[in-house]
Each structure stands twice: as structure tokens, then as C-alpha cells.
Design a binder for this molecule. Sequence first.
Ligand code: AMP
Length: 404
Amino acid sequence: MDSILVVNAGSSSVKFQVFVIEGEGTLRRLIKGQVDGIGSRPRLRASGAGSDPMADRAYPVEAIPDVPAAMNVAGEWLRNEVRIHPMAVGHRVVHGGPDYDRPVLVDHGVVARLERFVALAPLHQPHNLAPIRSILANFPTVPQVACFDTAFHRTHGPLADHYAIPHQLHAEGVRRYGFHGLSYEYISRTLPQTAPEIAERRVIVAHLGSGASMCAMKGGQSVESTMGFTALDGLPMGTRPGQLDPGVVLYLMSEKGMTASKVQDFLYRDCGLKGLSGVSNDMRELEASTDPQAKLAVDYFVYRIGLNAGMLAAALQGVDAFVFTAGIGENSSGIRARVAAHLGWLGAALDATANARHARLISTKNSRIPVCVIPTDEELMIAQHTLSLLMNGQSPNPRHERVS
Ligand code: AMP
């Protein structure tokens, strides 16, 4: 059985999925799993495609102190117990910097180039690269493909790509990259089948999960995004503030005596919905809470989505459709209803019944713009890129590939 392993490694967890390659290069998801609690309470959990449990076991903390150890445990389980020997491994890598506008087959040279972007995504990039390095060392003949969250946005024009800072910094890589690109690429690829009438038009996609951003797409390509140099900018998120005056960072350092690494931790871990509410970073808890600060956090989230929709509408010079995706976008009818109310001036009219049952089209017949809910699938996107690179030696125009 030919299969592809997809790996998404973060600071405290390694998520993995296995896809079987079927006839004519169609992919079927076989296993979903993760090793989480790395360095604290490690646990391996895995299930089959139909959510049937396959493994759930705890490990002593010293058995899985870091990402490479977690990768080893997941790999041993797959090889020795499930008899999976993937023919290739696809990795989510958050930052491809200015160089990479598509996925790439990895070798030691590519890893060295990707190392340069650690400073641009210090909390993600090192963990993304760790399993690549350990597989290169232990299984040097297994092809590995790096798929970037920035790549889909490399179609941005120079105006969207720049900050108003001296050119030298732009040349060094201080640019507005945009993130969640694998999610947006999946949506872009899916639209020709699910909503062909809007696929080539001006679409705003809202990826609303624990990380959140929005993307303006025209003809299936990204023209603008709410995220910039790092995954901190734009919308408020679970624990990140979104757009913030850089003066706040100066204040934290000069008046609060915070070091750069303290500020970094603060901005990535203690702000956003968690910081503003003082209750939780989880939208479900905030929606259920009667705490006024929780209400403020939810109101702020919705308000900022509305503001950013206006910005992206200006970049597109109009909007023909709006798409919700990711954890909150796919599951919270309440947030969708409130965001849609903010989009009324753009012509969105929500069908409350369709919204309540999470239908694919949640706008009324008379809505000037269709409003859709499309579940994202970044792992399938990575598996498809990996297979394309294996079969063709390159990643072709992804909009012409099959989605299975
Ligand atoms: P993601 O990062 O895409 O997995 O999304 C995680 C976010 O989705 C968390 O903030 C969850 O609280 C949120 N979420 C998941 N299910 C629901 C739901 N039914 N209602 C509201 N938020 C949800």
C-alpha cells in the first residue's frame, strides 16, 4: 500500500496524518494522529478515517522531551504496529520567506535556507524543521516535501508586499508575507467544484481558528491578506492580539522593562481573546460565558473581522462572495451570524436556518453576495503537493489538480 505521511509539528505537539495513494493519484485519508503534551504529559493518540480509535497511550515526560522524540514515537508506532511505510513525507512549514512560492523537495541545502527564516517565525519554524532533520538523518532515502503557509500569498503585488520602511529592510525580507496559505489554497482549489460561479471572482475568505486571518482572492489567487511579517498581525486570535500599534511594543519595553523575548512570549501567548477576556482563548467558552470581559472579547473579534473585510473589499475594489472556514468559521453559527451582520453594507444577507444547520451556502436567495461555509483541509493540501512533486518532480498549477 503506497502512502504519504503528512506532518504538522508545533512546540508542544506533532500532528500527523496518513493518506493512501489510490488509482490515478487519488488520496484517501487513512489515519489521523498526534503526539501532544511534549515535555509535560506526552500522549500518543490516533484514530482511523471514521474516527475509530487506534491508539491512546501516555508516556513518561523523559520519554518524549522534544519534537524529534515525538516524531520517533509516532514513526515507530506507524512502522511497527500499523505497518505503514510511507513513500514520502509532506511537512507544514510556516515560513518560506521571499524565496519559496511553492512546495519544494527537501535536502540539506533547503533545510539550511529554511533555517534563515527561524527569526521570522521563532515559535513555529524551528519545530517545523525538527522532524525534517530527524527524518533526513534516519531515513535519508525517503523523499520529503516542505509546504509553506506563506507560498500562496507570493502572488501579492508590491503594494501589498511592502511596509513603509527603508528599502534595505524589505530586501532583507521584512515584508508582508501572509499566512494560513495552505488553508486558502485548499479553498481556492475547492471553489471551482463547490461554487463555480464565484471561483474566478472577488472572494474574501475568513480563516477563523485559534489562529485567524482573512485573505482577498481574485481569480483564485491571493491579492491581499490581514497577516504580515509574522503571524501576529491582523485579526485578534486565541492568544495573539492581531493588529497593534508598534508603539505598544516600545511601551512594554521602555516602561514595563520587558525584554524582547518576554514581549515575544506575551504577544504569542497572553493576548488575543485570552488576554482581553481574562477567561479563555476558546471561542466556545467565551460564547457560553456571561462575563462582561468575555462578551467584550467576542464583540472585538467580530468588530475587527468587519473592519478587515472593509479593508480587503477596498483591495479587491468590491466583493462577490464571502467564505468562512476553520474551527470558529466552520462551527460557530453565532459568530457567523454576527459577522454577516457587519457585512450587510457589502450586500450579505444571512439565511438563519441554513446558517444554523451549517449549510454550505448560508446566505438568502436575495443576498447580493453569496456567503459560504467551506471546511478547510490543510493536510490534504500537503499530501496533494507531496504526491505532485513525487510524480512530476514539481508542484504544478494547483488549481488544476484533483481534490479527493
Ligand atoms: P482551529 O484552530 O481551526 O482548530 O480552531 C480552534 C477554534 O475553533 C477554538 O477557538 C475553538 O473554540 C473554536 N471552535 C471549535 N468548535 C467551535 C464551536 N462549535 N463553536 C465555537 N467555536 C468553536
